[in-house]
Design a binder for this molecule. Sequence first.
Ligand SMILES: Nc1ncnc2c1ncn2[C@@H]1O[C@H](COP(=O)(O)OP(=O)(O)OP(=O)(O)O)[C@@H](O)[C@H]1O
Ligand SMILES: [Mg+2]
Length: 412
Amino acid sequence: MARLERYIVGLDIGTTKVCAVIAEAHDDGDLQILGAGLAPSTGQKKGVVVDIESTVAAVKTAVEEAELMAGVSVDRAWISATGTHIRGINSRGAITLEGRSREISEEDVRRVIDAASDLDLPADREAVHLLPQQFLVDGQENIVDPVGMSAMRLEVNLHLVVASVSALQNLVTCANKGGIEVQAVVLESLASNEAALSHDERELGVALLDIGGGTSDLVCYQGGTVNHTAVFPIGGENFTNDLSVVLKTPLPDAERIKLRYGAVLSELVPSDQTIEVAGIGGRAPTLVPRRQLCEILRPRAVEMLDLVRDELRRAGFADELHAGIVLTGGGALLEGLAEAAEQRFGLPVRVGVPSGVTGLADVVSGPVYSTAVGLALYGHRNSGEQSRFELKDPTFARRVRGRFARWFGDLF
Ligand SMILES: Nc1ncnc2c1ncn2[C@@H]1O[C@H](COP(=O)(O)OP(=O)(O)OP(=O)(O)O)[C@@H](O)[C@H]1O
Ligand SMILES: [Mg+2]
């Protein structure tokens, strides 16, 4: 039987920072934020660990900071993963029920999910999430829980998230060396969704784009289930690089300029404003019209938004996003990006920030916290599940009653 954990920790090991959030689960279902810690990190590139030691140091700093604020010490966490090694695949599986109509058992559901996830994956790839979208019972669609129904044939539509085992293992190693046991690895966009999307948006049809430093992570929902996931190798660091190259200024200066003055749409910027840009290698600073920043940043924004638009079209979901698009992650704070996305997609776009938690919610209220808070919410919903990154997503199980939840917990 699942044991409700008192303290739940979300540990977001991102490209630019490691963020730890400690929350307390209450009997009434509330999740109270007790503390948060954030440490800059340079140990990852595009979501993949390239320097274990510096990532471990950032993990330790972020966790210690969160522990200090929370007044409790922790040793387990739910962690997130991103990177272009991650693929989302829609698959269908079918089984026949031994020649005659009979009641579908939990074992049958297990078999049909096995059939749908029996893909010929390369040796280094493993399914991190198995997300049932719907069951079909003798061809009848949109069945959420087929157990107990009579049928001859059972089918399932499944969304699988497949990732490189070694990339995930390196993340787990960083957490472990930082003194943290990993309860599960969760796809970054699925974690952020928990904090930044509403139930209604997921039902109606929505795309969430978590724009981080190194990658942007997309997840699409319709009818409450995941239709599509993708990871793009483009994020806030690309915008900073562009500024650094064109303005010939060091990266840290380019980052500061972006955070303070960066914008995507020139109509949002006063035409007479100029900013001082530090020169490289001791050269004298120059004055640059602020609108020039828009000219540098806009093409990158268009490139990113078009990548997402093409992906949505290819996947066939561009016309299904009745609740529009939600941007989150630090990159979503770039001034004018949400407006540019509205123009590009012709859909309502909002910036999603963490919600659904109590306590020190204001400490984690920015979009950079969506993944860490989302991990804590995800852990709260799936509290009591097994550790190790092989854990599959029991989300669907939660929607179809406790009996199923237990079963999924045992299965995975
Ligand atoms: N106000 C702002 N304006 C523009 N960009 C911002 C702002 N605040 C943060 N960013 C950008 O957001 C990015 C960091 O976002 P976030 O913390 O979500 O990334 P991450 O989780 O470390 O990376 P990833 O998810 O790719 O692993 C940086 O590139 C930073 O420049
Ligand atoms: Mg991130």
